[in-house]
Write a protein of this length. Structure first.
Lengths: 306, 254
């Protein structure tokens, strides 16, 4: 089973004037195969830093941190962890098809197979007829689809998405979210999705992890379980306990639950976004919104504070 | 089809208006005889002179030689400057090695180097090509380096996370990203190459457009000097158009 393990990762940036800024404080995460985990937190909190560390583009602070994918340590960027950035995602000098193929260019695959796979995934994101278009001839949403197709074609163990829909208009964003869910269910890909948009986090996340203002640390974690009509879990644990705790929590993710556009109209979704919003504005306590829900469903529980 | 023909005609006419204006002013200011004719002969006189040059003086050979020298010096400079610029723009070590010495040589006035070049390589084509080469290569390197420095970080990261090596990043990301801008830099550099050609041919030359100009100056044949200058302008314009022509096909994405 492919899984990503992040344990006790911190990151300090050193300014040229000798100042040090801690942006990530002792963050632990575990993403099992096939899970869609959303990291949500205020802009500039260090979400992107965490994602870039997982991608291997920057190194965490030396220390006793653990960073492994399928049990192998992450030491640098690699094709098993593909990143979709907010902007600059498709190469302007390549056609849509060539852009998708770009993800396969550095793997040992015969040319014919590279194109066959590129075609297949371009179809999957609904851009088959645009194969010969350059990115400048595509809309922002279409470009992000190309990026998703490229990432999927490369067959990474995990897709890392850094606010990929933030630059899109509201309509395109909702459409892309639905498409992402559909693609995620069809392919069974693991996804680490970073966003500052609470509604987006609530809608997409099979698990939602809340990060604090800088230095980012994990405030709490939610497993919305919207399709069952319950918010099933909230936890606020010290980091050392989290690692143990998390190891046992998510076992039912091999079969991705049914999700879709209908979710947006369920009261559970509306309540969950309210809960997330409250949790963020209160810093770390879920607040009244949470109590309301807990009282209704009874299925939720809140871990005792340390 | 007719629409595009009309459009092209309009573009051509618009471009020609300033030329006509200059010629009219020139005609008004010029004199056909007397001492004033030495300073500014009229346009028709220059055209006659140009015809004489081609018909009786074998000027075509001079033009061909000059084009050959410019092309050789320019291509040589491009072949050296583009790779060096890319290295300087993408690698810290490369930048440290290349930039300081390049900035030093860039400020050496090329005409002051001509005596040395003559001493080392004689007064033949090699010397002329060397002047053009030195005049352009050190100017193009920093332009290419700046372009390469502007490659978006995300593109490089994209290639790295897909498993590209350093060399593959250079070939698949840096080069395609820089190519259109580098191409434009080279187009501008070709203009400089023509300036350095004339400088090279003013000193110790037996052929070339510059040589014809300096010979005419010695005999105060002002019309011939102007005919030579005009020829450089026309050839330069043609080269520039030639450079622009394949742009669409080379960079269909821009």
């Amino acid at each position: 089973m492919r899984e990503l393990v992040v344990r006790s990762v911190s990151k300090t940036y050193h300014g040229s004037d000798g100042s040090a800024r801690l942006v990530l404080n002792n963050v632990s995460l575990r993403i099992p195969s096939g899970e869609l985990l959303v990291l949500v937190g205020p802009s500039g909190c260090g979400k992107t830093t965490l994602l870039r560390i997982v991608a291997g583009l920057i190194r965490p602070d030396p220390g006793d941190c653990v960073l492994t994918l399928d049990g192998r340590p992450i030491t640098g960027p690699g094709p098993d962890r593909n990143v979709i950035f907010q902007a600059y995602t498709s190469l302007p000098w390549l056609s849509a098809l060539e852009n998708v193929r770009f993800g396969l260019l550095f793997q040992d695959l015969p040319r014919a197979e590279q194109y066959a796979r590129a075609e297949k995934f371009l179809e999957l994101v609904g851009l088959g007829e645009f194969r010969n278009h350059f990115p400048r001839e595509l809309s922002g949403g279409q470009r992000q689809r190309v990026a998703i197709a490229r990432t999927l074609a490369a067959g990474p163990a995990i897709m890392l998405m850094d606010e990929p829909f933030a630059a899109l208009d509201a309509q395109a964003r909702e459409r892309m979210q639905d498409d992402l869910l559909r693609i995620w269910q069809e392919t069974g890909a693991s996804i680490l999705f970073v966003t500052h948009d609470i509604a987006e986090a609530a809608y997409l996340g099979q698990r939602v992890v809340l990060l604090s203002q800088q230095p980012a640390e994990i405030l709490s974690e939610f497993s919305p379980g919207l399709e069952d009509g319950v918010v099933s879990r909230v936890s606020k644990l010290p980091p050392e306990d989290r690692a143990k705790e998390l190891a046992g929590t998510v076992g039912s993710t091999s079969q991705p639950p049914r999700r879709g556009p209908w979710l947006r109209y369920t009261p559970e979704y509306v309540n969950f976004t309210r809960l997330l919003r409250a949790a963020i504005s209160n810093g770390d306590s879920p607040g009244d919104a949470w109590k309301d829900r807990a009282g209704q469903s009874g299925a939720a529980r809140m871990a005792p504070r340390p | 089809m007719r629409g595009t023909v009309a459009r092209k005609a309009r573009i051509f006419v618009t471009g020609a208006i300033p030329f006509v204006g200059v010629v009219v002013l020139w005609q008004l200011a010029a004199a056909d005889s007397g001492p004033r004719a030495i300073f500014l002969p009229p346009p028709l006189r220059v055209i006659h002179e140009l015809r004489d040059l081609f018909v009786y003086q074998g000027f075509a050979r001079d033009v061909a030689i000059s084009i050959y020298r410019v092309t050789a010096g320019f291509l040589l400079a491009a072949c050296i400057a583009v790779p060096l610029g890319l290295v300087a723009g993408t690698s810290r070590l490369g930048d440290l090695l290349i930039q300081p010495i390049n900035d030093f040589t860039r400020y050496l006035p090329v005409p002051s180097l001509i005596p040395l070049f003559i001493l080392w390589t004689g007064i033949g084509d090699v010397e002329k090509v060397l002047v053009i080469f030195v005049g352009t290569v050190f100017q193009v390197i920093p332009l290419v380096a700046d372009t390469a420095r502007g490659v978006p970080r995300e593109f490089v990261d994209l290639a790295l996370t897909n498993g590209a090596s350093r060399w593959q990043v250079l070939r698949r990301i840096v080069w395609p990203w820089c190519f259109p801008q580098v191409y434009d830099h080279l187009r501008v550099a070709l203009g400089w190459a023509w300036s350095y050609l004339v400088i090279a041919e003013l000193v110790a030359a037996v052929s070339g457009i510059g040589h014809v100009i300096i010979q005419a100056q010695r005999f105060i044949q002002t019309a011939r000097v102007m005919a030579g200058i005009g020829t450089i302008g026309v050839v330069g314009l043609l080269f520039d158009q030639l450079f622009r022509l394949p742009r669409r096909r080379l960079f269909p994405w821009t």
